[in-house]
Write a protein of this length. Structure first.
Length: 165
């Protein structure tokens, strides 16, 4: 079948767009499977990808983070995640950010509030410019933290490691 010459640019554009869509899809798969978190306990460590973290089930909340991001935050409930990874019995869990900021949570603190380990904002993986790849928030405390009635010290972002002690 022969196409008139004026159709050639349209055909080339269509092929180029199809190729770009495939590249974007491949890029998203790679992002899902790239290591984003190190879990450590007792001298042993392993890395998890976004897909491995999210396999525990995503939960969404609409909120505004006190540092600015606002929208649909999605992630896994921390206690469910720790239980699935065999870390729920740890006397202390340490969260370490890329800037080396650290916070600790005891079992009593984890039982007192529902912490969400956020992996996405508005459906997209958190980038480093959005305080990613992971952040820890307490959705029920959002308004109180914004009003200065609850401390923000347990909210940590740009998490790179979770260590059980």
């Amino acid at each position: 079948m022969r196409f008139p010459i004026p159709c050639l640019p349209l055909i080339l554009l269509s092929l180029w767009l199809l190729g770009m869509t495939q590249v974007q899809a491949q890029s998203q798969v790679q992002a899902q499977e790239s290591p984003v978190l190190t879990l450590s306990r007792g001298g042993e460590s392993r890395v998890l990808s976004l897909a491995e973290i999210e396999r525990h089930g995503l939960h969404e909340v609409e909120m505004r983070h006190f540092e600015g991001p606002e929208g649909r935050f999605a992630g896994v409930w921390l206690n469910d995640f720790l239980a699935a990874e065999g870390l729920d019995d740890a006397p202390r869990v340490r969260f370490i950010a890329y800037d080396d900021y650290t916070t600790f949570l005891t079992p009593a603190e984890r039982a007192a509030k529902a912490y969400l380990l956020v992996t996405r904002l508005d459906g997209e993986p958190l980038g480093r410019d959005q305080f990613g790849p992971l952040m820890l928030v307490v959705p029920a405390d959002t308004e109180a933290v914004l009003a200065g009635e609850e401390p923000m010290s347990r909210w940590i972002w740009s998490i790179r490691e979770v260590s059980a002690r």
